[in-house]
Design a protein around this ligand. Structure first.
Ligand SMILES: NC(=O)C1=CN([C@@H]2O[C@H](COP(=O)(O)OP(=O)(O)OC[C@H]3O[C@@H](n4cnc5c(N)ncnc54)[C@H](O)[C@@H]3O)[C@@H](O)[C@H]2O)C=CC1
Ligand SMILES: O=C([O-])CC(=O)C(=O)O
Length: 311
């Protein structure tokens, strides 16, 4: 890594309050003093039980990943997690604002469509909001889209790239199959079936696990990919592109998932070209997702604006 930046990041789950139900909390801390490819240290923390431990864990961190919270059970929507996870994200982001305000923040906890706006509002209240450094992790949607398309079209998975835009719940997840690389032709039936499967893949896993949680392991893979991309960007790699749910002006919504270029300072550019020349199917789906995504964003903002956060 360039001399200017020591890459330190935490990944895992932070327990922020004594009254919380404790279920196997863990955290990892990596320190790379020179180059993230050669970590100089790895520290595992068995649990973080109080604010001072959380503060110590976050000091000097460049990338914070927040996967904390409850997962869905069959029959639930991601929005059904709002009441519990909104407060968890609020508290963790408050700690990030206090201890490592310049860090990239990766939000995994659902509902991402609301938890990212919550994080933004908390950071604003703390006076440290940098929209370029707040990311909703939607990488798993891309991983799924790539996988299902590769299977369908007998392509090598490593070659396939399908941008997924919008948000991270149901119809707000919009795979842009017309933008698949390498170019692939789909029938109308294939487009419908693939789109619905990608949108419902999280629910598919929740139902298969029958109450034992959601897509924990594939999410870990997706999170690792997004962290690695962030570290490459922090390391000065000028060719880092990922889809992510970020503050955006690509549509009339304040947050929107799209492909973004990530650099040392966070989002360097939103990539508008994926949204140009959409198929009729995609254009309709884009318009259809906007009311739901808007409501989820507004719900998150309203929640955060009701909180009193000490400056
Ligand atoms: N963005 C995405 O693509 C995905 C998001 N998720 C979301 O990630 C979250 C976690 O899912 P899983 O890892 O499958 O669940 P899990 O139950 O395996 O892990 C959740 C962790 O959060 C911790 N936790 C619970 N309450 C906490 C609190 N108050 N403060 C701090 N930590 C707390 C638990 O101790 C546990 O270690 C869920 O909200 C889930 O919906 C899951 C998969 C994909
Ligand atoms: O579906 C869920 O609850 C977890 C999630 O976000 C996903 O797997 O995409």
């Amino acid at each position: 890594m360039a001399a200017s930046a020591a890459a330190t990041f935490t990944i895992g789950t932070a327990q922020t309050g004594r009254s919380l139900p404790q279920s196997n909390p863990f955290g990892l801390k990596f320190n790379s003093l020179v180059n993230f490819k050669t970590f100089s240290g790895l520290k595992a923390m068995s649990s973080i039980r109080c604010a001072s431990e959380l503060a110590n864990c976050l000091k000097g961190v460049d990338v914070v990943v927040i996967p904390a919270g409850v997962p869905r059970k069959p029959g639930m929507t991601r929005d059904d997690l709002f009441n519990i996870n909104a407060g968890i994200v609020r508290d963790l982001v408050t700690a990030v604002a206090d201890n490592c305000p310049g860090a990239f923040i990766h939000i995994i906890s659902n509902p991402v469509n609301s938890t990212v706006p919550i994080a933004a509002e908390i950071l604003k209240q703390k006076g440290v909001y940098d929209p370029k450094k707040l990311f909703g992790v939607t990488t798993l949607d891309v991983v799924r889209a790539n996988t299902f398309v590769a299977q369908k079209k007998n392509l090598r998975l490593i070659d396939v790239d399908v941008p997924v835009v919008g948000g991270h719940a149901g119809i707000t997840i919009l795979p842009l199959l017309s933008k698949t690389r390498p170019t692939a032709n789909f029938t109308d039936e294939e487009i419908e079936a693939l789109t619905v499967r990608i949108q419902n893949a999280g629910t598919e896993v929740v139902e298969a696990k029958a109450g034992a949680g959601s897509a924990t392991l594939s999410m870990a893979y997706a999170a690792a990919r997004f962290v690695e991309s962030s570290l490459r960007a922090l390391d000065g790699d000028a060719d880092v592109y990922e889809c992510s749910f970020v503050e955006s002006d690509l549509t009339d919504l304040p947050f929107f998932a799209s492909r973004v270029k990530i650099g040392r300072k966070g989002v360097e550019a939103l990539i508008p070209t994926d949204l140009q020349g959409l198929s009729e199917y995609e254009q309709k789906a884009l318009e259809a997702l906007k009311p739901e995504l808007k409501a989820s964003i507004e719900k998150g903002i309203a929640f955060a604006q009701k909180q009193t956060v000490s400056a």
